[in-house]
Design a protein. Structure first.
Length: 137
């Protein structure tokens, strides 16, 4: 097993995502996945990792939006008296393969809307990954 590139005494078990040098547990910052050297040099300019990406807030907002959407879908037929035909469309993305489903008179519009929202979500995800990749280097 290779020795740590910083202390040279302990076995290295991590690779810094910033400089690609190997580090032991004591010479490594597991919060940023950086070696202690890179973390000390670049950490003050970027700030703590919790401020880089508010994933907890994004997940909370996603669950709130899902709950509101399910509530509106449940209340729609009740408020319309159940006389209006219902339409629905969904796009399930499993890896790169989309599964498109729809039923009702407006299913085409619903499926197109679902596809547009899926593309927007993928673009948003890509932008977040790119921003995170550039801030950690």
């Amino acid at each position: 097993m290779a020795l740590c590139a910083f202390c040279g005494t302990r076995n290295a078990s991590f690779v810094c995502h910033n400089c690609s040098r190997i580090a032991c547990r004591e010479c490594f910052d597991a919060n940023r996945w950086w070696c202690a050297n890179c973390s000390n040099q670049l950490g003050s300019a970027i700030g703590p990792p919790s401020l880089q990406m508010p994933t907890g807030i994004l997940f909370f907002l996603a669950f709130v939006m899902i709950f509101v959407g399910m509530l509106l879908m449940s209340l729609g037929p009740i408020l319309n008296g159940g006389t209006v035909g219902t339409s629905g469309g969904v796009v399930i993305l499993i890896g790169p393969i989309p599964i498109v489903l729809g039923s009702g008179p407006f299913s085409g519009v619903m499926v197109v809307l679902a596809l547009v929202l899926m593309v927007c979500a993928l673009i948003f995800f890509g932008v977040i990954l790119r921003r995170r990749r550039f801030t950690t280097r």
